[in-house]
Design a protein around this ligand. Structure first.
Ligand SMILES: [Zn+2]
Length: 248
């Protein structure tokens, strides 16, 4: 069984290194590629502001990006779930998360310090808010100690009614162990090695795997020049889809 390709649980827009991915353009590319539902967050959140004022400015800018994406999706009859990309030590104004704009969280353990007092507090606040509102949490996972999914195991156990989606499923052994232990965990296929995906499926967890692409980050890695147009983006999305279908 393949994942549902009309729902992409891992999409971004915004500033990514030197390129800007216009929210409306990303949404149009998704629609042209057959996506009808997506969880979206802005990589503009990765920019480290120099001051509180700059942090506020960025925060407003990200909200505007999200509005733009939602308006575009509305016109195309697509459903977007806006994820609030939380970063410790910065504009962790959680009040807006309970508002009307955001309906989930994105956490990247390597963006900001999640081990310290502020990070731990923010993590708890996020889980608590997600639990109250039934919001999902998309959690980046990697192979280093700092982004190993096991690092967050206490939260998985403490918030059994919160769905955590382990982005990238790094690594398969850890994912299989955690899936076996916690029913509130899902994984996504974004940058997930084909062998890891197969290993997770062999362990019987295929139904827990969501289609996720990290789009347009694959475009950033594979680009031959810096032109970001609708046709370039659509072509890239289709390539990701085709590659997954042929490898998995
Ligand atoms: Zn991502």
């Amino acid at each position: 069984m393949k994942p549902d390709f009309s729902f992409d649980c891992h999409v971004h827009f915004g500033q990514y290194h030197h390129l800007y991915y216009q929210p409306s353009l990303v949404v149009k590319a998704l629609h042209k590629s057959g996506v009808r539902r997506a969880w979206v967050s802005s990589t503009t959140a990765c920019i480290a502001p120099d001051s509180h004022e700059e942090a506020q400015y960025l925060s407003c800018h990200i909200d505007e990006e999200m509005q733009e994406a939602l308006e575009e999706a509305n016109g195309l009859k697509m459903t977007l779930v806006p994820l609030y990309w939380a970063v410790p030590e910065r504009y962790c104004n959680l009040d807006k998360v309970d508002g009307s704009l955001y309906a989930g969280f994105k956490i990247h353990p390597k963006i900001g310090e999640w081990g310290g007092k502020t990070g731990n507090h923010l993590l708890h606040e996020i889980c608590d808010c997600a639990s109250r509102n039934r919001f999902p949490i998309l959690l980046h996972t990697g192979v280093d100690a700092v982004d190993s999914p096991s690092r967050f195991e206490r939260s998985f156990a403490a918030f059994p009614n919160v769905t955590f989606v382990l982005a990238h499923c790094r690594n398969a052994v850890e994912i299989v162990r955690l899936f076996g232990k916690y029913e509130n965990l899902l994984g996504d296929t974004a940058f997930c090695p084909a062998e890891s995906y197969r290993e997770i499926c062999r362990a019987g967890f295929q139904p827990r795997m969501l289609w996720g692409t990290d789009f347009p980050i694959p475009h950033w890695y594979e680009r031959t020049d810096d032109a970001v147009t609708l046709s370039v983006l659509t072509k890239n999305y289709r390539k990701i889809l085709h590659r997954f279908k042929s490898l998995s």
